[in-house]
Write a protein of this length. Structure first.
Length: 218
């Protein structure tokens, strides 16, 4: 039988029972498109845009989420090398709780499920990516408000384009906690299309995958 996504999970700073909407920062990727050799961790590269320009991508993304939500859990890999150790320290110092996902190598869906399972008492989740450093806290708050207004899923839209973050209520816990692989929550959103939260914030689209993309956004 397959193990749950959070098998081998470790929690740093503890995860109390919650009835609030929780931010989940997906920070377990290694950025293979950014550096196939694996020598440079993309999430430690300086953010080229946004209110926290110049600080590591993951830290900038975390700060934006923390300005909008009281509790933010960052899903990370085990701290088995110097880059991961630095990433853990940055996120902890910023105020995130860490959820260590032993199976993060399987992909974003597995990491998302790990974060949701670790915060099962939450009323909902706002999912953000650690390589999206320019999302305005106001855009995050707008997605949170849509969940509080009764929508089971919600996402930030800039014009006709859907961006991040994406929010889910606890009604979708079973589906989210069963995710695996690298498709994220795409299957859930196919069956539960998100409520459109229109924002005047291009940062909801700025996803940095390659060195060229990092430079082009400056």
């Amino acid at each position: 039988m397959d193990l749950p996504a959070c098998a081998g999970i470790g929690c740093v700073n503890g995860l109390p029972g919650m009835d609030e909407i929780v931010g989940i920062l997906l920070a377990a990727g290694v950025g293979q498109r950014f550096d196939p050799s694996g020598r440079r961790l993309k999430l430690l590269e300086p953010a080229p845009a946004g209110r926290h320009s110049g600080v590591p991508l993951a830290l900038a993304s975390a700060r934006n989420l923390l300005q909008a939500l009281d509790t933010v859990c960052a899903v990370v890999r085990p701290a088995d090398d110097a880059s991961q150790q630095r990433l853990h320290a940055l996120l902890l110092d910023a105020g995130c709780r860490l959820v260590i996902c032993e199976r993060a190598h399987e992909g974003m869906g597995t990491s998302l499920a790990c974060g949701v399972q670790a915060t099962a008492a939450a009323a909902g989740w706002v999912i953000a990516l650690a390589d999206m450093p320019a999302i305005e806290p106001g855009s995050i708050r707008a997605v949170v408000q849509a969940l509080r207004d009764g929508y089971d899923t919600a996402a930030a839209f800039f014009g006709e384009r859907r961006g991040h973050p994406v929010g889910f209520t606890s009604a979708l816990y079973a589906e989210l906690s069963a995710l695996s692989g690298d498709d994220g929550a795409r299957s859930v959103l196919t069956h539960q299309p998100p409520h459109r939260v229109s924002v005047a914030d291009r940062g909801v689209l700025l996803d940095l995958d390659t060195p060229d993309g990092l430079r082009a956004s400056i």
